[in-house]
Design a protein around this ligand. Sequence first.
Ligand code: WT7
Length: 591
Amino acid sequence: MLHLTGDIVVEVLNTCAMYRFDEPMIDDLVNAWERDSLYQKWHKASVENVKQFWSTQTDCIYWQSLPTDVYDNGYWLINGKSNLYYNCVARHAIQTPDKVAFINYYDDPSMRKTITYRELDILVKKVVYLLIQKGIQKGDVVAFFMPTRIISIASMLACAYIGALHMVVFSGFSADVLAQRIKDSNAKLLLTLPTIRRGGKEIDLVKTINEVSKKLADNMPEVLYMNDIPDVPNVSLNIEWLNNQDEAFILYTSGTSGKFKGVVHATLPYMLYVSSTFKNIFAPKPDDVYFCTSDIGWITGHSYLVYAPLFWGLTSVIFDGTPLYPTPERYWEIIEREKVNIFYTAPTAIRSLKTYGDEYVTKHNLSSLRVLGSVGEPINETAWNWYFHIVGQKRCPIIDTWWQTETGGFILAPLRNMSQQPCVAGRPFYGVNVSIIDNQLVINNAWPGKYKRILNQNGMYNSVYKSGDTAKLVNGEIKITGRIDDVINVSGHRLCTADFERVLSTMPEIIESATVAIPHEITGQTIVVFAVLASDTISTHEELNIKIQQQLRKSIGAIAKPHKIIYLDDLPKTTTGKIERHKLRELALNN
Ligand code: WT7
């Protein structure tokens, strides 16, 4: 392993590539076959000797103390000390200070803002100073209710600087959700903005924060509005050098049991995993412009919008609006203007944009694009074809990346320049031993991106990680087919049917309810609610529909909008009293 303090980062990007692939030649079948067998060989070797593989991937990390061992008995990067802020900002601020780190596009199409690595470093330090003034220390949790903007990212990095954990809540979620998560994570501080905009509409966050404050009463943390940050006086701000068990962040997601769960990632192994997967799978070049459309409220926004691109010192486009406002050509305009090379988005966005026709895309010059990524749900054939033919003009491989909040980074992806089968998530990353057992995708060995723990849960140590997703093999590659549990996926967002049922059970008019997911052309899946009403209900179905929608919006958020609400006298049940969801699903499909 090397100590890389003095090296130029641009060179690092080139020299660190142990497993580097050639340019894409996806029509060249002979080469594709050769690359496939090369992959098989490398993957086999990497899984047989996991430690050896990962030790080839640690060189690009700046180590304050070098690890004495890369893996030992469940622990990664033994005795190593490092810091995410240092690797993602400080070293680039020294080596490529004038390089643009982020180009921020906003919901307001007239706005565009850029920040260089040097400026980002200064901004991060301002927030660090603020956090220290508020008494935030290593290990404390800082809640975020902020959109995808430079200031939000600088604040996440400020947490990394001092070893505090950020806990980002998507700014479209309700006060209920935000309050639950602040309480569960025991956050000491809440960072937010007074207003944000989405789809041309101004959203008053102060109102939401006041509601949260009422709900949490004495447990309400101090709120900082991040629209106006004072300068830092000339003081020294010490970087916390973290060890392999020190935690980086908490991110909530829907669990199988229907209860939200706080997934905690440890800094060092997470940094190793996201930096390595990003480099090997998207294979960025030093001067690339990268555009990930995710919000910072999801794991994609953490791993592949904030940390991995900054780790490699790239220039990234970030966007806090929606793809449809003010017109459905927002993404394509941005790609053309910024000459984006790597574009990473979700199938739901692709399907939705496709409905507006090809012209919005084809009138823009998108020849800068080289790699097209997809994430969040299986990409179906129509979306794949449109993405490949219309957006990528058949030049760009579609990199469908399968992973989860819990996995930290990509697990499956078509490794670059291999043969491509449409709609197939591809192959396991190096060092990851994946198999399909009883139709379920499982991971058999340890990988550095695996979450460290679930907040407030005593985890049992399982050597096999069960993903909850069903999968099958298609010509040697893995295709994700669905879920084994009641987790549903609406527009790439993980929700759980039990969440809906819990919310509905609080309504006096509803005796019992059940929620099922059915396929939907744009959002992937959509929700159909079945409700059994109390006999003394006087409201009409129309009135109740509105009430149910309001209740779900308030308790979960706008993404929880049911597609249909069907009233039944009874729910179909087995003799042992279990709701027969397959019957409801049939009913929903035929209704
Ligand atoms: C669940 C994880 C990973 C970042 C975004 C979601 C589904 C995700 C794919 C894909 C098929 C996918 C799975 C998974 N999923 N990516 N490329 N193909 N399904 O993170 O909220 O933790 O959700 O999203 O069902 O289990 P998440």
